[in-house]
Design a protein around this ligand. Structure first.
Ligand code: 5AD
Ligand code: SF4
Length: 441
């Protein structure tokens, strides 16, 4: 029996897919890259923007024929998309041949659900809105041998007015520090050199635990674990980026000098409508503090254009902020209304062509800055964690700098998982091209 998982969305979903794969492998299933070859096909979905959802429906639509040819094939949908109200009805209507729907709080029930489908010859739909406790100890099949995702919190309490996540992922819950540290220790023992600590808002880690522990304290503990070389985290909310955290990163040499600080908008008026809690000025102050403490750090962000009510003046403040901060790179999005969120019913929705045009202008400004910053790295020798062969180019490897920039350079795939020194020879907007320097570590 073979399974195929298609994962959409963020690293939270990537990690869930590793656990789903672990559960299936424990049941005796083997993974296959070839969807036509699979006995179980699962779509682990995202619903943060409409585009992500449409992609899933279109992919499942293409499976109708496969299912007609092979009635024993199990097609399942899980992840954030199915956590939305009325989604089960929509899936049943659009793709009635889907056999399995399970939510983000039902992953541990997968084995039982698959058995039920086979035994009862009946589709299974199990979606819980939220869960009281975190299920620990699920099996997992990790995607990489040298880097790993580690959940530290689940869910979100922030309720930014554009965002569906708090509705689909439930209330914020922290994993106990001992579970996290134990997991990271095991990973390091198995040869993992980089961990990414995951949460919707890692800075509020621990606030819900009976024994209070902060994200800053957790980082210091993770930093002590032998064998690890790099610690990353995702995502931190600017409103909670404390001085204690800056201090803790200063004291933790393994924590990467890369700050991903989603700003979302450059106008305080829009930030207020978004319920982001900080103003433009407070954000810029935080950036100044970080730059001051870590002059060598890279800064990246997420920005939404065309939030309801965004005027040309508001948007020009976003452009101005981007020019002031000079991000290394930015993920930029057109606002996508999500049913059930406050922003979806706000007045003055911005027309699509305006969103499109603003997105393009924003990307033009940011790309120029990215190229400028990358050009300043010309001739520098940087430690790069090798991630493997490049998909596009034979004999080329890709890897990442501590600052999370992608580097492309000639080399042997045996270096995968190693940190090598690479001289940057041809910096570009999104990647740095380079060559391995002799006398590598
Ligand atoms: N429309 C567009 N972008 C969104 N994001 C979250 N919700 C929406 C939405 N409704 C973006 C934010 C967030 C990133 C993960 O996705 O920028 O930081
Ligand atoms: Fe991740 Fe949010 Fe998308 Fe869910 S909806 S996969 S939490 S980005």
């Amino acid at each position: 029996m073979k399974y195929h998982i298609a994962t959409f969305g963020c690293q939270g979903n990537e990690r869930d897919s590793e656990m789903i794969a672990g559960i299936l492998e424990k049941k005796g299933y083997k993974a296959t890259e070839n969807i036509n070859d699979a006995d179980v096909i699962l779509f682990n979905t995202c619903c943060v923007r409409e585009k992500a959802e449409n992609k899933v429906f279109s992919r499942i639509g293409k499976l109708k024929e496969l299912k007609e040819k092979n009635p024993n094939l199990i097609i399942g949908i899980c992840g954030c998309m199915v956590q939305q109200e009325k989604m089960i009805e929509r899936v049943r209507h659009r793709t009635p041949y889907v056999d399995l729907i399970f939510g983000t709080h039902n992953i541990h029930e997968l084995t039982k659900l698959l058995d039920n489908i086979r035994e009862q010859k009946k589709a299974q739909y199990h979606v819980l809105n939220d869960s009281e406790n975190i299920v620990e100890g699920l099996p997992s099949k990790r995607q990489f041998s040298y880097k790993a995702l580690v959940n530290i919190t689940y869910g979100c309490n922030n309720f930014c007015t554009y965002c569906i996540v708090p509705y689909v992922r439930g209330r914020e819950k922290s994993r106990k520090p001992e579970y996290i540290l134990e997991e990271v220790r095991e990973l390091a023992n198995d040869g993992v050199v980089e961990v990414m600590l995951l949460g919707q808002n890692v800075n509020s880690y621990g606030k819900d635990l009976s024994e209070k522990v902060s994200f800053a304290q957790l980082l210091k503990e993770v930093n002590k674990i032998p064998g690890l070389a790099r610690i990353r985290y995702m995502t931190s909310h600017p409103k909670d980026f404390s001085d204690e955290l800056i201090q803790s990163i200063l004291e933790s040499e393994k924590v990467c000098r890369h700050f991903h600080l989603p700003v979302q908008a450059g106008s305080s008026r829009i930030l207020k409508l978004m319920n982001r809690i900080y103003t433009r000025e407070q954000y810029l102050e935080l950036v100044a503090k970080i730059r001051n403490a870590f002059p060598e750090a890279s800064l990246t962000t997420d920005i939404i254009v065309g939030f309801p009510g965004e005027t040309e003046e508001d948007f020009s403040q976003t452009l101005d902020l981007v020019q002031r901060v000079r991000y290394d790179s930015a993920f930029t999005f057109k606002y996508s209304p999500r049913t059930g969120t406050p922003a979806a019913t706000m007045d003055n929705q911005v027309p699509e062509p305006v969103k499109k045009e603003r997105l393009q202008r924003l990307m033009d400004v940011q790309n120029k800055i990215s190229l400028d910053i990358n050009k300043s790295l010309q001739g520098k020798v940087l430690p790069v964690l090798v991630e493997g062969s490049s998909k596009g180019e034979a004999n080329m490897l890709t890897g990442r700098t501590e600052t999370n920039k992608v580097v492309l350079f000639p080399g042997s795939p045996e270096l995968t998982g190693k940190i090598v020194n690479v001289e940057i020879t041809t910096p570009q907007t999104w990647i740095l091209k380079g060559e391995i320097k002799e006398n590598n570590m």
